[in-house]
Design a protein around this ligand. Sequence first.
Ligand code: NAG
Length: 238
Amino acid sequence: MAAAASWGSCLCVHTVIFAWYVFTITKNCSLNTDAPGVKTYGGRWKYLTFLDLVLQCVFFGLCVFIDIVHLILPAKGVPSLLVKIRDKIFTILAFPLAAFVFSSFWSLYNYDRELVYPKYLDDIIPVWLNHAMHTTILPLVLVQMYIQNHKYGGRIKSIIGLALFAFLYLSGVLWVHYVSDIWVYPIMAKLSPVGLGLFFGIAALTMAPLYLLGEKLSRKIWASAEEKEEVRLGWRVS
Ligand SMILES: *[C@@H]1O[C@H](CO)[C@@H](O)[C@H](O)[C@H]1NC(C)=O
Protein backbone atom coordinates (compact mmCIF):
# COMPACT_ATOMS: atom_id res chain seq x y z
CA MET A 1 0.00 0.00 0.00
CA ALA A 2 2.27 2.74 1.25
CA ALA A 3 5.49 3.84 -0.30
CA ALA A 4 8.09 5.70 1.71
CA ALA A 5 7.42 9.41 1.59
CA SER A 6 10.34 11.61 0.64
CA TRP A 7 12.45 13.06 3.44
CA GLY A 8 11.29 16.55 2.51
CA SER A 9 7.60 15.74 2.89
CA CYS A 10 8.33 13.77 6.05
CA LEU A 11 10.05 16.85 7.42
CA CYS A 12 6.91 18.92 6.74
CA VAL A 13 4.57 16.44 8.37
CA HIS A 14 6.86 15.86 11.36
CA THR A 15 7.37 19.56 11.92
CA VAL A 16 3.63 20.19 11.97
CA ILE A 17 3.00 17.32 14.41
CA PHE A 18 5.93 18.31 16.61
CA ALA A 19 4.69 21.92 16.75
CA TRP A 20 1.21 20.63 17.57
CA TYR A 21 2.55 18.73 20.59
CA VAL A 22 4.64 21.64 21.80
CA PHE A 23 1.52 23.80 21.53
CA THR A 24 -0.67 21.27 23.31
CA ILE A 25 1.78 20.81 26.17
CA THR A 26 2.24 24.57 26.51
CA LYS A 27 -1.52 25.04 26.66
CA ASN A 28 -1.91 22.24 29.14
CA CYS A 29 0.69 23.80 31.42
CA SER A 30 -0.28 27.43 31.00
CA LEU A 31 -4.05 27.19 31.40
CA ASN A 32 -4.58 27.95 35.00
CA THR A 33 -7.12 25.43 36.11
CA ASP A 34 -8.16 24.12 39.44
CA ALA A 35 -8.14 20.67 37.96
CA PRO A 36 -7.53 18.33 40.85
CA GLY A 37 -4.22 16.65 41.11
CA VAL A 38 -2.13 18.97 39.00
CA LYS A 39 -0.89 20.93 41.99
CA THR A 40 -0.49 17.97 44.30
CA TYR A 41 2.45 15.62 44.73
CA GLY A 42 4.00 14.58 41.41
CA GLY A 43 2.15 17.30 39.49
CA ARG A 44 1.16 16.48 35.94
CA TRP A 45 3.85 13.85 35.71
CA LYS A 46 1.78 11.31 37.55
CA TYR A 47 -0.73 11.16 34.69
CA LEU A 48 -0.18 8.71 31.87
CA THR A 49 -1.86 11.14 29.48
CA PHE A 50 0.75 13.78 30.21
CA LEU A 51 3.65 11.33 30.00
CA ASP A 52 2.27 10.21 26.65
CA LEU A 53 2.11 13.80 25.38
CA VAL A 54 5.73 14.36 26.36
CA LEU A 55 6.75 11.07 24.77
CA GLN A 56 4.97 11.88 21.50
CA CYS A 57 6.53 15.33 21.51
CA VAL A 58 10.04 13.96 22.03
CA PHE A 59 9.43 11.27 19.43
CA PHE A 60 8.29 13.68 16.71
CA GLY A 61 11.10 16.05 17.69
CA LEU A 62 13.52 13.20 17.02
CA CYS A 63 11.83 12.56 13.67
CA VAL A 64 12.30 16.21 12.71
CA PHE A 65 15.95 15.99 13.69
CA ILE A 66 16.49 12.83 11.65
CA ASP A 67 14.77 14.36 8.60
CA ILE A 68 16.99 17.43 8.83
CA VAL A 69 20.15 15.37 9.19
CA HIS A 70 19.05 13.41 6.17
CA LEU A 71 18.46 16.50 4.09
CA ILE A 72 21.77 18.08 5.09
CA LEU A 73 23.88 14.97 4.69
CA PRO A 74 22.20 13.05 1.90
CA ALA A 75 25.38 11.34 0.86
CA LYS A 76 26.34 9.97 4.24
CA GLY A 77 22.80 9.14 5.19
CA VAL A 78 21.35 9.20 8.66
CA PRO A 79 23.39 7.34 11.25
CA SER A 80 21.53 4.07 11.51
CA LEU A 81 21.62 4.25 15.28
CA LEU A 82 19.26 7.24 15.18
CA VAL A 83 16.79 5.42 12.98
CA LYS A 84 17.05 2.40 15.25
CA ILE A 85 16.23 4.51 18.29
CA ARG A 86 13.34 6.11 16.41
CA ASP A 87 11.91 2.71 15.50
CA LYS A 88 12.31 1.35 19.02
CA ILE A 89 10.53 4.34 20.56
CA PHE A 90 7.75 4.16 18.01
CA THR A 91 7.11 0.43 18.08
CA ILE A 92 7.56 -0.22 21.80
CA LEU A 93 6.17 2.97 23.33
CA ALA A 94 4.67 5.64 21.08
CA PHE A 95 2.17 3.46 19.23
CA PRO A 96 1.02 1.22 22.10
CA LEU A 97 0.74 4.14 24.54
CA ALA A 98 -1.25 6.31 22.17
CA ALA A 99 -3.60 3.39 21.49
CA PHE A 100 -3.82 2.64 25.21
CA VAL A 101 -4.53 6.21 26.33
CA PHE A 102 -7.10 6.60 23.57
CA SER A 103 -8.97 3.37 24.23
CA SER A 104 -8.82 3.35 28.03
CA PHE A 105 -9.81 7.00 28.31
CA TRP A 106 -12.76 6.78 25.95
CA SER A 107 -14.06 3.48 27.23
CA LEU A 108 -14.00 4.69 30.85
CA TYR A 109 -15.43 8.00 29.72
CA ASN A 110 -18.36 6.29 28.06
CA TYR A 111 -18.89 4.03 31.02
CA ASP A 112 -18.89 6.88 33.56
CA ARG A 113 -17.05 10.05 32.71
CA GLU A 114 -16.85 11.14 36.37
CA LEU A 115 -14.25 8.42 36.81
CA VAL A 116 -11.76 9.94 34.41
CA TYR A 117 -12.86 13.36 33.28
CA PRO A 118 -15.54 14.92 35.48
CA LYS A 119 -18.11 17.06 33.77
CA TYR A 120 -17.04 20.31 35.41
CA LEU A 121 -13.74 20.10 33.49
CA ASP A 122 -15.70 21.02 30.36
CA ASP A 123 -15.98 24.55 31.73
CA ILE A 124 -12.26 24.79 32.40
CA ILE A 125 -10.54 22.81 29.66
CA PRO A 126 -11.44 23.60 26.04
CA VAL A 127 -12.84 20.66 24.08
CA TRP A 128 -10.06 20.77 21.50
CA LEU A 129 -7.48 20.37 24.28
CA ASN A 130 -9.27 17.33 25.63
CA HIS A 131 -9.20 15.85 22.13
CA ALA A 132 -5.56 16.81 21.68
CA MET A 133 -4.70 14.89 24.84
CA HIS A 134 -6.92 11.87 24.35
CA THR A 135 -8.11 11.57 20.75
CA THR A 136 -5.80 12.93 18.07
CA ILE A 137 -2.84 11.08 19.59
CA LEU A 138 -4.06 7.95 17.82
CA PRO A 139 -4.55 9.29 14.26
CA LEU A 140 -1.17 11.00 14.54
CA VAL A 141 0.73 7.78 15.27
CA LEU A 142 -1.20 6.20 12.40
CA VAL A 143 -0.03 8.97 10.08
CA GLN A 144 3.50 8.30 11.22
CA MET A 145 3.08 4.58 10.67
CA TYR A 146 1.83 5.29 7.18
CA ILE A 147 4.56 7.66 6.05
CA GLN A 148 7.52 5.73 7.45
CA ASN A 149 8.27 2.07 7.74
CA HIS A 150 9.40 1.18 11.26
CA LYS A 151 11.35 -1.94 11.87
CA TYR A 152 9.71 -4.11 14.51
CA GLY A 153 12.17 -5.95 16.75
CA GLY A 154 11.81 -9.28 18.50
CA ARG A 155 8.38 -9.68 20.05
CA ILE A 156 9.40 -11.02 23.43
CA LYS A 157 12.04 -8.36 23.97
CA SER A 158 9.76 -5.57 22.84
CA ILE A 159 6.87 -6.70 25.00
CA ILE A 160 9.21 -7.00 27.96
CA GLY A 161 10.30 -3.42 27.29
CA LEU A 162 6.71 -2.26 27.25
CA ALA A 163 5.87 -4.29 30.36
CA LEU A 164 8.82 -2.69 32.11
CA PHE A 165 7.41 0.72 31.32
CA ALA A 166 3.96 -0.33 32.59
CA PHE A 167 5.53 -1.72 35.73
CA LEU A 168 7.50 1.47 36.40
CA TYR A 169 4.43 3.59 35.82
CA LEU A 170 2.24 1.52 38.11
CA SER A 171 4.97 1.60 40.75
CA GLY A 172 4.90 5.37 40.39
CA VAL A 173 1.13 5.40 40.88
CA LEU A 174 1.47 3.29 44.03
CA TRP A 175 4.33 5.45 45.24
CA VAL A 176 2.25 8.60 44.85
CA HIS A 177 -0.51 6.95 46.86
CA TYR A 178 1.93 5.82 49.51
CA VAL A 179 3.56 9.23 49.95
CA SER A 180 0.58 11.51 49.56
CA ASP A 181 -2.48 9.31 49.94
CA ILE A 182 -3.75 10.46 46.51
CA TRP A 183 -4.97 8.07 43.87
CA VAL A 184 -3.85 9.32 40.48
CA TYR A 185 -7.17 8.27 38.96
CA PRO A 186 -10.39 8.74 40.92
CA ILE A 187 -11.57 5.29 39.92
CA MET A 188 -8.80 3.71 42.02
CA ALA A 189 -10.19 5.18 45.21
CA LYS A 190 -13.40 3.26 44.61
CA LEU A 191 -11.85 -0.15 44.13
CA SER A 192 -11.12 -2.75 46.76
CA PRO A 193 -7.55 -4.06 46.93
CA VAL A 194 -8.61 -7.06 44.84
CA GLY A 195 -10.39 -4.80 42.36
CA LEU A 196 -7.30 -2.64 42.22
CA GLY A 197 -5.12 -5.65 41.54
CA LEU A 198 -7.45 -6.71 38.74
CA PHE A 199 -7.53 -3.18 37.34
CA PHE A 200 -3.73 -3.03 37.25
CA GLY A 201 -3.55 -6.53 35.83
CA ILE A 202 -6.00 -5.80 33.03
CA ALA A 203 -4.33 -2.49 32.26
CA ALA A 204 -0.94 -4.19 32.00
CA LEU A 205 -2.32 -7.09 29.96
CA THR A 206 -3.92 -4.89 27.31
CA MET A 207 -0.52 -3.43 26.53
CA ALA A 208 0.90 -6.50 24.77
CA PRO A 209 -2.02 -6.85 22.31
CA LEU A 210 -1.66 -3.17 21.47
CA TYR A 211 1.98 -3.73 20.65
CA LEU A 212 1.02 -6.66 18.42
CA LEU A 213 -1.72 -4.58 16.81
CA GLY A 214 0.88 -1.99 15.86
CA GLU A 215 3.11 -4.66 14.37
CA LYS A 216 0.23 -6.13 12.41
CA LEU A 217 -0.98 -2.79 11.07
CA SER A 218 2.50 -1.79 10.08
CA ARG A 219 3.03 -5.10 8.28
CA LYS A 220 -0.22 -4.62 6.45
CA ILE A 221 0.53 -1.07 5.37
CA TRP A 222 4.05 -1.91 4.28
CA ALA A 223 3.65 -5.42 2.95
CA SER A 224 3.52 -4.54 -0.72
CA ALA A 225 6.28 -1.94 -0.39
CA GLU A 226 8.52 -4.49 1.27
CA GLU A 227 7.77 -7.01 -1.41
CA LYS A 228 8.76 -4.54 -4.09
CA GLU A 229 11.93 -3.73 -2.19
CA GLU A 230 12.78 -7.41 -1.98
CA VAL A 231 12.24 -7.77 -5.67
CA ARG A 232 14.39 -4.74 -6.34
CA LEU A 233 17.16 -6.15 -4.20
CA GLY A 234 16.76 -9.48 -5.89
CA TRP A 235 15.78 -11.40 -2.79
CA ARG A 236 12.84 -13.01 -4.47
CA VAL A 237 14.45 -15.23 -7.02
CA SER A 238 11.39 -17.11 -8.15
C1 NAG B 1 -3.18 18.87 31.69
O1 NAG B 1 -2.86 17.50 31.76
C2 NAG B 1 -3.09 16.90 33.03
C3 NAG B 1 -2.58 15.48 32.95
O2 NAG B 1 -3.18 14.74 31.95
C4 NAG B 1 -4.56 16.99 33.39
O3 NAG B 1 -4.78 16.43 34.64
C5 NAG B 1 -4.98 18.45 33.38
O4 NAG B 1 -6.37 18.52 33.61
C6 NAG B 1 -4.64 19.09 32.05
N1 NAG B 1 -4.95 20.50 32.12
C7 NAG B 1 -5.33 21.19 31.06
C8 NAG B 1 -5.62 22.62 31.26
O5 NAG B 1 -5.43 20.69 29.96
